[in-house]
Design a protein around this ligand. Structure first.
Ligand code: TYM
Length: 326
């Protein structure tokens, strides 16, 4: 059976973008692949985190994975820091990574822009991400569009290692949704929807109340035309809302266009809000149950134990090839 690996940072509230771009596909893939869905807490600390908040958010993300429908009997769900081999392989891959490659990463450029002091961890972030994926010889990595460049580097590092030390790592493929690979901000369709945006009206959090969701969608920016038509170049705002509609309802973009022919944006937005609430509300109910139960830590510990076994075996192989005395 082929292997899947993906992760989400516990660095704030998860958004509808995280759900559509990544988590929704996690659930889809768990029946066919050997899956690892990880709370990447070591990545979260590449920017400053309040320890108490990091603790809570790490458990929140794990509980959201399960609430979204990931079945711990089918997939491993664990915390990255519970498997020390991630950091160890991360260091080894850092030594194979060129500074120039890291300097070219747009996420690094965005996150470091205008800062007086930038942490070295933020710079080497992509090497640790490569380690996450290669440690399990993952075949497939379900992520949103913004991770494409990191995935290219991961593939380059795998190939570089294989050339230098003999074939070992699988070259992973990226897996992005067709329509929702890049969900944009509700207030500015030129920016991606992001949990780090200081304006909460720009994103829908998976833990927003239905009332907030309705309010945010009704206030979402749209153009002055009034046709519900998918045209990202000329109508980026409505196209973004249509992508959300499609991903949350299962209807195709064409079906949505047809359904709202001759109708105003107001009617479309109202029904969009209900479609989004119908996905998020049941998830929140499950989230509250799981988050409070002792089950959560039991699942995380058992998954981490299974992951450590695979990680340790693969890391030993890597070390042997690199010339470490094992
Ligand atoms: P993170 O935590 O920023 O985001 C988690 C996932 O959500 C996707 N995503 C989006 N998709 C569509 N539209 C959006 N607006 C949107 N915002 C976020 C991201 O593409 C991602 O799939 N580097 C990763 C975490 C990571 C990882 C890994 C992922 C660390 N190691 C190994 C895969 C494999 C990140 O920052 O994700």
């Amino acid at each position: 059976m082929k292997t899947v690996f993906s992760g989400i940072q516990p660095s704030g509230k998860l958004t509808l973008g995280n759900y559509i771009g990544a988590m929704k596909n996690f659930v889809k893939l768990q029946d066919e692949y050997h899956c690892n869905f990880v709370v990447v807490d070591l990545h979260a600390i590449t920017v400053s985190q309040d320890p108490a908040a990091l603790y809570e958010q790490s458990k929140d993300v794990a509980a959201l994975y399960l609430a979204a429908g990931i079945d711990p009997k089918k997939a491993n769900v664990f915390l990255q820091s519970h498997v020390p081999q991630h950091a160890e392989l991360g260091w080894m891959l850092t030594t194979l990574t060129a500074m120039g490659e890291l300097e070219r990463m747009t996420q690094f450029k965005d996150k470091s822009a205008g800062k007086e002091s930038v942490g070295a961890g933020l710079f080497v972030y992509p090497s640790l991400m490569a380690a996450d994926i290669l440690l399990y010889n993952a075949d497939l990595v379900p992520v949103g569009d913004d991770q494409k460049q990191h995935m290219e580097l991961t593939r380059d590092l795998a190939q570089r290692f294989n050339r230098r030390y003999g074939e070992f790592f699988t070259i992973p493929e990226i897996y992005t949704p067709e329509v929702g690979a890049r969900i944009m901000s509700l207030d500015d369709a030129s920016k991606k929807m992001s949990k780090s945006n200081p304006n909460p009206g720009s994103y829908i959090s998976l833990l927003d109340t239905p009332k907030d969701i309705r309010k945010k969608i009704s206030r979402a920016t749209t153009d002055s035309d009034s046709t519900v038509r998918f045209d990202p170049a000329n109508k980026p705002e409505i196209s973004n809302l249509m992508s959300i509609y499609s991903e949350c309802s299962g209807l195709s973009l064409q079906e949505i266009e047809k359904q709202y022919e001759g109708q105003m944006y107001g009617a479309f937005k109202k029904e969009l809000a209900e479609v989004v609430v119908s996905v998020i509300e049941p998830m929140q109910e499950r989230f509250r149950e799981i988050r409070e139960s002792d089950e959560l830590m039991r699942i995380l510990n058992e998954s981490a134990e299974r992951a450590r076994e695979i990680a340790a075996a693969n890391l030993t192989e890597v070390k042997k090839r690199m010339g470490f005395v094992v």
